[in-house]
Design a protein around this ligand. Structure first.
Ligand code: SF4
Length: 322
C-alpha cells in the first residue's frame, strides 16, 4: 500500500459480556472482535469478507465507536479515537462515516429526506440555513437524486433510492473514510450495480476511502483494492486484490472462493465447509478454523497460528505457511 494511512487499527478487541442465571452473573464473553490489526490508506478500498457472525459488522461499529472497544487502538488521521471525549468524537465522525445495510435504520420515517440530510449538517455545526439548503441540494444531485425530492418522505422512495439518501447523509461533511456495512446486500441485483458504481464514482471524484464490509466475494472483487478475510473475530488473510484472487492461501479463503463458480480456478474442486461457524462465546482452541478445515494438521488444535507476511503485502494466519 503506497498511499498515506488514514486508519490504523491495532490489536482491537470487542467482547460482549454474557450475563445469565437466576442470580444474574457473568457466565462468559462473546469475543466478536478478538485482536484485529489493519490499516487503510487514503483513497483505498479495503474489502472485508466473512460469513455471517464472523464479527465484521461489529468491527466496523467498533472502529466508529458505536460500540465501545474492549481494548486496542484506533488511529484515525493520527488521533487515537478510543481516547476521544464525546464532543471530539462527534467532530471526528464528520470525517469517518458509516453506511448501513438497511438505509431505513439511518432515516427517520417522520422526517423529509432533505431534513435527514440537513440534520447531519446541523449536528456538525453548519449554522447558516441558506448554506445548508445549498449543500442538501448538492448532495442530492451528487448521489443521483433530483434536488426537488428534498420534501419527500422515506416511504416514497425505493430501496436503492433510500440507500442513495443514506450515502448523501454520510457525505454531508466531506468524509475521508466511509465504513460501508453490506451497503448493497438488501437491494435487487440490478440496483446493486448502480449503487456500487455510484460509490466508486464518488470515491474517484472525492478521493475518499472505504472499508467495504460484505459476505459477497463477487462484490468485493469488483470494488476493492485489498481484501481481508475475517473468521471468528480474527483476520486470517489479507492481500492485494489481484494476489488474493489469484493466489489465495488460507484454507478458509480457498473454501469461500471455491463456493462461487465464477471465482473458482478451473482446476479446483468445490471445497465444502464442514458444519457451522462455532460460537464466539467458546471459540475452538489453537487455530479457530481447525474444526472445519480441509487441511487440518496435528498442530492446529493446539497452537494458534501467527498472522504473518508470507509474500510482500500478503498476510496469512495458518501453520501451512509457518
Ligand atoms: Fe487449517 Fe491448520 Fe491452517 Fe488452521 S492452521 S487453517 S486448521 S491448516
Amino acid at each position: 500500500m503506497s498511499s498515506a494511512q488514514i486508519l490504523q487499527v491495532r490489536g482491537l478487541k470487542k467482547y460482549f459480556r454474557v450475563i445469565s442465571g437466576l442470580i444474574p452473573r457473568l457466565s462468559g464473553e462473546i469475543k466478536a472482535v478478538d485482536g484485529v490489526s489493519l490499516a487503510i490508506g487514503e483513497g483505498e478500498v479495503l474489502g472485508l469478507v466473512g460469513e455471517s457472525g464472523c464479527g465484521k459488522s461489529t468491527l466496523g461499529k467498533t472502529i466508529m465507536r458505536l460500540e465501545e472497544p474492549t481494548s486496542g487502538e484506533i488511529i484515525f488521521n493520527g488521533v487515537d479515537v478510543v481516547k476521544l471525549k464525546k464532543k471530539d468524537l462527534q467532530a471526528m465522525r464528520g470525517k469517518l462515516q458509516i453506511v448501513f445495510q438497511d438505509p431505513d435504520s439511518s432515516l427517520d420515517p417522520r422526517m423529509t429526506v432533505g431534513g435527514s440530510i440537513e440534520e447531519a449538517l446541523i449536528v456538525h455545526g453548519v449554522q447558516d440555513p441558506a448554506e445548508r439548503n445549498d449543500r442538501v441540494a448538492g448532495l442530492m444531485e451528487k448521489v443521483g437524486l433530483e434536488a426537488g425530492f428534498v420534501d419527500r418522505y422515506p416511504h416514497e422512495f425505493s430501496g436503492g433510492q433510500k440507500q442513495r439518501i443514506g450515502i448523501a447523509r454520510a457525505l454531508a461533511m466531506d468524509p475521508q473514510l466511509i465504513i460501508a456495512d453490506e451497503p448493497v446486500s438488501a437491494l435487487d441485483v440490478s440496483v446493486q450495480a448502480q449503487i456500487l458504481n455510484l460509490m466508486m464514482d464518488i470515491k474517484d471524484r472525492d478521493g475518499l476511502a472505504y472499508m467495504f464490509v460484505s459476505h459477497d466475494l463477487s462484490v468485493v472483487k469488483y470494488i476493492s483494492d485489498r481484501v481481508a478475510v475475517m473468521y471468528l473475530g480474527k483476520i486470517v488473510e489479507l492481500a492485494d486484490k489481484r494476489e488474493f484472487f489469484q493466489n489465495p492461501l488460507h484454507p478458509y479463503t480457498e473454501a469461500l472462493l471455491s463456493a462461487i463458480a465464477s471465482l473458482r480456478p478451473a482446476s479446483k474442486e468445490r471445497i465444502l465447509l464442514k458444519g457451522d461457524v462455532p460460537s464466539p462465546l467458546n471459540p475452538p482452541a489453537g487455530c479457530r478454523f481447525h474444526t472445519r478445515c480441509h487441511r487440518v494438521m496435528a498442530i492446529c488444535p493446539h497452537s494458534e497460528p501467527e498472522f504473518r507476511e508470507v509474500a510482500p503485502g500478503h498476510y496469512v494466519a495458518c501453520h501451512l505457511y509457518a
